[in-house]
Design a protein around this ligand. Structure first.
Ligand SMILES: Cc1cc2nc3c(=O)[nH]c(=O)nc-3n(C[C@H](O)[C@H](O)[C@H](O)COP(=O)(O)OP(=O)(O)OC[C@H]3O[C@@H](n4cnc5c(N)ncnc54)[C@H](O)[C@@H]3O)c2cc1C
Length: 464
């Protein structure tokens, strides 16, 4: 099928319009184009990737599902994640709970090349997660959509929708002169600031500060050998991805992160927006405080700042999710709050949701039925996947953390002190040592309340 747009009279017509060339949008566009549809991928940025932002890691399962030969397409990935876990910060200490190798190592039988074992010089991915730099990765993903036949229309902002008399969306209005584009299906992948989704009435309110985190991060350039030495990584085929809890967020609901790239380290944190406002904290100050922490500062010392940025992260999950479809429209990715903040899973949710939306668009065209009833297949598809299942499982997480702030400060600080005491209690009768450790705990949180916290965590978050 032709990839060029068609004009009917003065109208510019496509089969599908995708709004936003982020991860969800580029995937939706690729899948719809692969299904033989004429697809316009409209992006407000200078180029795809220009407006994207993440910390972060991307996950090979999602890439592989869209492009079984993704490894041969040379995605711009940095280091494989060979060490992952949690770091717990106290005011002046750090304890680590990380795993290296083991289950993080991808079995060689599933390494790339469409899942075939490869003994060639290109052995395929070695981990299920890779650190990636946002602009490069998003632009590579958009290039793949282009190769499938989607037409990328950059520097164009979608402002509103066009509706037929019955209300069904039949196209979008853009900020270009004579820039209206028509299609029976629009897939909205506009990211966290979901103004268009709100315009459609799929969600009844603007973003609430309590349901979004502000992510701030610095990308710091360092020589490869320095990164290897400081993070204990054998070489460039080894990388670290950790979530940081405790003193990083001054006890507020939030998580820090550290990711190692080839020649850069990404360090940042995300803290709920309402808490920043209530506590009169400026995100940059919080980030600086974290970067100056005695356990963090030496890791990035002497590095050159390559990039500083801030971006919202939708953390409302299931409870803040808009309706995912209406007549002629589907919504995917951050625009639909598809982020699992605890696991830093957003990129894979966006990609898998984009795929499901693209597939549903192809089905709808086959049936020539663009009604909400047909597009509800998109939601049904995601219900059977980790995307909606996990968001449902973690539906109480934000509320839980808001009411259990001790998980953010008391427990991480205790862990540091307890380990410190255990490994410095030389020449002390061990009965005394254990009593002191227990006292150090109960002085912060009575045991009965701690047991209650754990049970409450199990019930609210893990679905016990
Ligand atoms: C600090 C931080 C760290 C993160 N770390 C990780 C991580 O390690 N792992 C992970 O999986 N996830 C991580 N995430 C989450 C992840 O980045 C997002 O979930 C994911 O990028 C969402 O993709 P998306 O396509 O939905 O949205 P986006 O990537 O935001 O794309 C939206 C696109 O739509 C365009 N757009 C918006 N409005 C319009 C319009 N009106 N017209 C035209 N174009 C428009 C934008 O310019 C943008 O290109 C992190 C996020 C942050 C902020």
């Amino acid at each position: 099928m032709s990839n060029t747009r068609t004009r009917e009279g003065e109208k510019i017509c496509f089969d599908v319009i995708v709004v936003g060339a982020g991860l969800a949008g580029s995937t939706a566009a690729a899948i719809a184009a692969r299904g033989g549809l004429k697809v316009a991928l409209v992006e407000r940025g200078q180029n795809p990737g220009g407006k994207n932002f993440f910390g972060g890691a991307v996950y090979t399962h999602a890439l592989e599902e869209i492009y079984p030969d993704f490894w041969d397409r040379k995605p711009p990935l940095e280091r494989p994640v060979t060490e992952a876990g949690f770091w717990f910060l106290s005011q002046d200490g750090l304890s680590k709970m990380t795993v290296q190798g083991g289950k993080l190592k991808r079995p060689s039988s599933t390494n790339g090349n469409g899942g075939q074992t490869s003994a060639s010089a290109n052995p395929g991915p070695t981990s299920d997660a890779y650190v990636a730099l946002r602009a490069r990765f998003a632009s590579w993903l958009a290039e793949q959509a282009q190769k499938e036949g989607a037409l990328i229309i950059p520097k164009t902002t979608v402002l509103d929708f066009m509706h037929e008399p019955g209300g069904r969306v039949i196209g979008v209005k853009t900020d270009r002169p004579q820039g209206d584009i028509y299609a029976p299906i629009t897939i909205v992948c506009e990211g966290v600031n979901n103004l268009l989704t709100q315009k459609l009435g799929l969600i009844k309110h603007d973003l609430k500060p309590s349901t979004v985190a502000l992510g701030v991060k610095q990308l710091i350039s360092l020589p490869t050998e320095t990164i290897n030495a400081r993070f204990g990584l054998a070489d460039q085929n080894h990388g670290l991805a950790v979530s940081v809890m405790g003193d990083v967020s001054m006890g507020l609901t939030g998580l820090g992160f550290v990711y190692t790239g080839n020649e850069c380290v990404s360090v940042g944190l995300g803290v709920n927006l309402d808490l920043l406002a209530e506590n009169h904290l400026r995100p940059y100050d919080l980030l600086q405080r974290y970067l100056n922490h005695p356990a963090i500062a030496p890791l990035i010392a002497g590095g050159k700042l390559m990039e500083y940025g801030a971006h919202l992260i939708p953390e409302g999950g299931w409870r803040q999710m808009p309706r995912l479809f209406t007549d002629g429209v589907m919504v995917a990715g951050d625009a639909a709050t598809m982020v699992n903040a605890l696991h830093w899973e957003g990129t894979n949710m966006a990609i898998i949701a984009g795929k499901a939306a693209g597939e549903t668009a192809v089905q709808a065209h086959t049936m020539r039925d663009y009604s909400a009833a047909t597009l509800s297949l998109y939601r049904d598809n995601l219900k059977n996947r980790f995307v909606l299942q996990d968001l449902y499982q973690y539906r109480n997480l934000s509320n839980f953390l808001e009411h259990h702030p001790q998980f953010m400060d008391v427990y991480p600080a205790f862990l540091n002190d307890a380990l410190g005491m255990f490994f410095s209690g030389f020449g002390v009768p061990k009965k005394t040592l254990y009593r002191d450790i227990l006292r150090s705990f109960t002085s912060r949180r009575p045991l009965i309340q701690a047991v209650g916290d754990m049970v409450s965590f199990g019930k609210s978050v893990m679905g016990w």
